[in-house]
Ligand binder design. Structure first.
Ligand SMILES: NC(=O)c1ccc[n+]([C@@H]2O[C@H](COP(=O)([O-])OP(=O)(O)OC[C@H]3O[C@@H](n4cnc5c(N)ncnc54)[C@H](OP(=O)(O)O)[C@@H]3O)[C@@H](O)[C@H]2O)c1
Length: 331
């Protein structure tokens, strides 16, 4: 059987500045819904795509991040792979049967042909919406959990500052920190986002970093790390999961190293994958919080494969509130 597959391709590498619509193209092609027996290949009908800032580093001709781990490797011009949730449409792989739900690396399209079923796992939704497995119960959640509990090793009553706090990872860091018993301050890029943090997510304080004058007179985009470090207490810990302003700008953060030394501050980068050993704890804690309505899943979902480029571009303009997801098809 054959269907029509609509999918997004990348036309040119994005070596400078922000992504824009001209970097992408929506294509349509006939797509066979069968796999060779014994091939181990699977065909996935894509349902939800995770829209993630780090993908821009994969879209450059070169970025040091591309060598770090297999899912960060460079994308060749053409089809784009990304994390998502889907349903098996055909399988030559004994691990999967038709109609199984799966999560893993699919493509920015309506259907994905996954060679050897690599980087794909069966998904048990555990009674939660499938979108949760792209966001709060997916890598955003694990990043927030690993960054907060494993990198920061918090103590109750400590003060926590979260940047990009209304984003997918940030809002969860703030919610975990509140539930753990910390005093939580977040920053975000609009009045609406600031209100959401304080009124719906329980942050103790929040501010719009694009307008704030008080924190430090120089506070503006791209200088958050410097300002945060200069305001930190002794023995503070900074968990760096990403630095979005630097994905599209040559400018680099320069924290005052005298502050780092004399306040004995730890600044540590990390990847969610470093904390797969905490995955079972992360899932049981977060599922409990969800079932008892102690934590909120903040999602920002747009429909249709054609909206993937604008959803992705919007991340770099702060258009999203919470986890950005594109819904490709009805479940
Ligand atoms: N290490 C890992 O394993 C891992 C895993 C997941 C994500 N990450 C990283 O974590 C960070 C957050 O990811 P996410 O998926 O949760 O995205 P997100 O926060 O949901 O979306 C990105 C947000 O960043 C803010 N932003 C955009 N451009 C900015 C700029 N130039 N300066 C300051 N802020 C800017 C915007 O919020 P405002 O409106 O508030 O500006 C935007 O909504 C990213 O750096 C991502 O690469 C790392």
């Amino acid at each position: 059987m054959e269907v029509t597959n609509r999918y997004i391709t990348i036309r040119t590498h994005i070596n400078h500045g922000e992504p824009n619509e001209s970097h992408f193209e929506l294509k349509t092609a006939a797509f066979g819904l069968s796999v060779e027996l014994g091939s181990n290949d699977v065909i996935v009908k894509n349902l939800y795509e995770s829209i993630d800032p780090y993908q821009i580093n994969r879209m450059k001709s070169y970025s040091p991040s591309q060598k770090a781990i297999n899912f960060a490797e460079g994308i060749a011009l053409g089809e784009i792979d990304a994390y998502g949730v889907g349903r098996i449409a055909a399988s030559g792989n004994p691990k999967f049967e038709k109609d199984d739900l799966v999560a893993g690396l699919i493509t920015w399209g309506e259907y994905s042909m996954i060679k050897d079923g690599n980087m794909l796992n069966k998904l048990d939704p555990l009674g939660f919406p499938l979108t949760y497995h792209v966001g709060i119960l997916g890598f955003s959640g694990l990043t927030a959990y690993g960054g907060f509990f494993e990198v920061c090793k918090p103590k109750k009553g400590e003060k926590v500052f979260v940047s990009a706090a209304s984003g997918s990872v940030g809002n969860l860091v703030g919610q975990y920190a509140k539930l753990f018993g910390c005093y939580v301050v977040g920053c975000a890029g609009s009045k609406k986002k600031v209100e959401l943090l304080k009124e719906q997510l329980g942050f103790d304080e929040a501010f719009n970093y694009k307008e704030e004058k008080d924190l430090k007179s120089t506070l503006k985009r791209g200088e958050m790390l410097e300002v945060a470090v200069s305001n930190m207490n002794t023995f503070g810990r900074v968990a760096v999961c990403g630095i979005i302003s630097e994905y599209t700008d040559e400018k680099r953060a320069v924290p005052d190293m005298l502050d780092v030394v004399y306040k004995r501050i730890t600044i540590r980068g990390f990847l969610a994958a470093d904390y797969m050993n905490t995955h079972a704890d992360f899932m049981s804690t977060t599922c409990d919080y969800l079932r008892t309505a102690k934590i909120k899943a903040l999602e920002d979902i747009t429909p249709g494969v054609e909206s993937i480029p604008s959803a992705f571009i919007g991340l770099f303009h702060g258009d999203n509130v919470g986890k950005k997801i594109v819904k490709i098809a009805n479940e």
